[in-house]
Design a protein around this ligand. Structure first.
Ligand code: ARG
Ligand code: ZN
Ligand code: CA
Length: 268
């Protein structure tokens, strides 16, 4: 693909406390971060180790707040909804609880229903219990819950965003999932059998966390993936925002397949 794909975004802000009714500036900073990283304009790409530089790509995917709502009326691309919930529960070990959380956030009773997924990337921003940064729905799931959910402490920069997750990269990671990317370690948490089904990301044991300034530094070997080791500076690992700086060509191929397949309507 050589043409740029522009994805219209609607940001659904859910708040109980007025402090969580985040500012337009904070929302703009998140949209800017998505464009910066998906277009490989992030200044911190200089941190990509030389051995991995050749794999880093400009995805030619851009994002913008929607200009028309589902009824074709003018919109800011932002909805703001007061909720009686001070935060939304999340229990990653209980699928049922996850489903409940989803339906609370993405339902007009406590949150805000999705705009049609063939025209919008829905991003819900709210307070999530337990410090979860965000989560996403892969292609192929139900329409009513399609999109990504981001904790407002990890959304954009400034306002309610908190270091070390205040560079907008939680949404970059979640939109990666939304476009069918798996975690770079293959979700087997320590084993060498799991795979992200991408050939240019080295087989990696488990997630890396923290920052390259503190613990993670090149090369980080696991699963006999020397000499270059884990591509821990990839958006689909679990490192801090200041350490994830690239998508690979193989990951772009997979995102392109989603945009030509189950997510095709969004790219038109
Ligand atoms: N825990 C989340 C997930 O698996 C997001 C992790 C985002 N990491 C970050 N540095 N912002 O989808
Ligand atoms: Zn993830
Ligand atoms: Ca791999």
């Amino acid at each position: 693909r050589t043409d740029i794909i522009r994805i219209p975004v609607v940001v659904h802000v859910l708040f109980n406390d007025d402090a969580d009714n985040i500012s337009r500036e904070q929302i703009d900073s998140q949209i800017d971060a998505l464009n910066r990283d998906f277009r490989a304009r992030n200044a911190d790409r200089v941190d990509i180790p030389d051995a991995f530089k050749m794999f880093a790509v400009d995805t030619l995917i851009e994002f913008g707040l929607a200009k028309r709502d589902p009824e074709h009326l003018e919109t800011s691309g932002i909805t703001r909804t007061w909720t009686s919930k001070t935060e939304f529960p999340y229990d990653p070990f209980d699928n049922n609880a996850t489903a409940q959380l989803d339906s609370l956030i993405k339902h007009d009773e406590f949150g805000k229903a999705a705009w049609p997924r063939d025209r919008y990337l829905n991003i819900w921003v709210c307070k999530i219990e337990g410090g979860l940064l965000g989560y996403a729905q892969f292609p192929g799931g139900p329409a009513a819950t399609d999109g990504v959910v981001i904790n407002n402490t990890a959304f954009g920069s400034g306002g309610t965003a908190l270091a070390p997750f205040d560079l907008g990269r939680t949404a970059v990671h979640e939109v990666g999932h939304f476009l069918d990317l798996l975690h770079i370690w293959g979700d087997d948490n320590g084993g060498c059998l799991g795979s992200d089904n991408i050939s240019d990301t080295p087989n990696q044991a488990g997630p890396n966390s923290g920052s390259s300034i503190t613990n993670e530094s090149f090369p980080l070997i696991s699963c006999n993936n020397g000499p270059n080791g884990d591509m821990f500076m990839n958006y689909m690992d679990y490192v801090n925002d200041d350490t994830m700086v690239m998508f690979s060509a193989g990951q772009l191929e997979r995102m392109n397949a989603a945009l030509a397949g189950p997510r095709k309507a969004l790219s038109e």
